[in-house]
Design a protein around this ligand. Structure first.
Ligand SMILES: NC(=O)c1ccc[n+]([C@@H]2O[C@H](COP(=O)([O-])OP(=O)(O)OC[C@H]3O[C@@H](n4cnc5c(N)ncnc54)[C@H](OP(=O)(O)O)[C@@H]3O)[C@@H](O)[C@H]2O)c1
Ligand SMILES: [Zn+2]
Ligand SMILES: [Zn+2]
Length: 331
């Protein structure tokens, strides 16, 4: 019966060290030792909940359950937001298990374990082998941040001829810039100020727009696609004029309240709004292969995995000061 350390949210927002015990491994469960965990903007939303935090995990397999078929002790594997699904509904059958009615996802299932932890037990079916040329610490932020933006681009048929806007140069945004650039797109980064211009350009942005300086966004080309990765919903009125007719807007921010957008331009420009959540497994695998092949890596800031440092990193992320993805490394 494995027992291990997890870090949990608490009512007053102070993340606290705790312990979890799991029953002996059954079915295709895998026991793994965590070697790196990303810190995603979504973790901030659950800091005050009584649940184990973290959903960008990478680790090494220590033990396998009786029905594990291909993973073995010593393998490097990662996991993200989704831990299980029914396997037989229409969504599961068509490779869209992220929309399975019985999906088990971070913050709504398996609240006893996360990636801010020493170990974890997950189903082999929802684990991903990490390509050799991706380190554990570089792979961790890809498990949620990377797959979310790659999914928005890949699942909705981005073409290399498109102009793609990426709003918010943070954990998700700095990866979106790299993916869209390697897909061959004209990439326009949209950021609050111009402080991230040089780095966004190095990551592959062809243009950079500081939102504070503009009343209406206008890039050198109308945008065929816009990924919104800010931690709050943007001012849509400012953004709509930048969109090409027939363009797709991907709002990815987790936000409370309603989605409110100027109505007539939506009709007159034939715009499409496409919501999405993380990535189904086949796209997650393609994302890892694409990142490994093109040398796409997150820009990371490392923190030791302990109570004090997890709280410090979360405060820093909340203040918008993490550069660009925090990664916890076990001590
Ligand atoms: N849909 C999904 O499946 C999914 C998956 C993962 C995460 N998310 C959500 O995606 C969002 C981004 O996550 P992340 O991990 O990339 O967070 P992050 O690293 O904090 O990046 C967010 C970026 O938003 C901008 N920003 C900061 N404060 C802001 C504010 N008050 N108003 C508007 N913009 C602000 C900053 O970019 P600039 O400095 O460039 O302006 C910041 O770098 C979060 O809401 C997260 O919950 C959604
Ligand atoms: Zn996330
Ligand atoms: Zn299902």
């Amino acid at each position: 019966m494995p027992t291990f350390t997890v870090y949990k949210g608490r009512k007053d927002g102070k993340v606290t060290k705790s312990e979890t015990s799991k029953p002996d491994l059954k079915g295709d469960e895998v026991f793994l030792k965590v070697t790196a965990s990303g810190l995603c903007g979504t973790d901030l939303h659950y800091r005050e909940q009584d649940m184990a935090l973290g959903h960008e995990g990478v680790g090494v397999v220590e033990e396998v359950g009786p029905h594990v078929t291909y993973m073995k002790k010593g393998d490097r594997v990662g996991w993200g937001y989704e831990h299980d699904s029914c396997g037989h509904c229409e969504h599961c059958l068509k490779g869209a298990e992220t929309y399975c009615p019985e999906r088990a996802m971070y913050a709504s299932a398996d609240l006893d374990q996360g990636s801010f932890a020493s170990h974890a037990v997950w189903r082999e079916a929802f684990l991903f082998p990490i390509p050799d040329n991706l380190s554990d610490e570089d792979a961790a932020p890809l498990m949620c941040g990377g797959c979310t933006v790659f999914n928005a681009l890949h699942a909705y048929d981005t073409q290399p001829t498109e102009a793609v806007g990426v709003m918010g140069v943070g954990g998700l945004g700095h990866l979106a810039i790299q993916f869209a650039a390697k897909m061959g797109c004209h990439v326009v980064a949209l950021s609050g100020s111009d402080s991230k211009k040089e780095e966004a350009t190095k990551l592959g942005a062809n243009e950079f727009i500081a939102m504070k300086d503009v009343k209406e966004v206008k890039a050198s080309r109308p945008l065929n696609r816009l990924l919104v990765t800010t931690s709050a919903q943007p001012d849509w009125e400012k953004l709509i004029p930048a969109m090409a007719p027939g363009a797709t807007i991907h709002p990815l921010s987790v936000s409370e309240g309603n989605f409110s957008i100027p109505y007539m331009p939506l009709l007159l420009k034939g715009l499409r709004i496409q919501g999405s959540v993380v990535a189904p497994r086949f796209i997650q695998r393609r994302m890892l292969e694409f990142a490994a092949f093109h040398g796409i890596k997150p820009v990371i800031e490392k923190f030791p995995m302990n109570e004090e440092s997890i709280n410090r990193a979360m405060d820093k992320l909340n203040d918008g000061d993490v550069h660009y993805r925090g990664v916890f490394i076990p001590e």
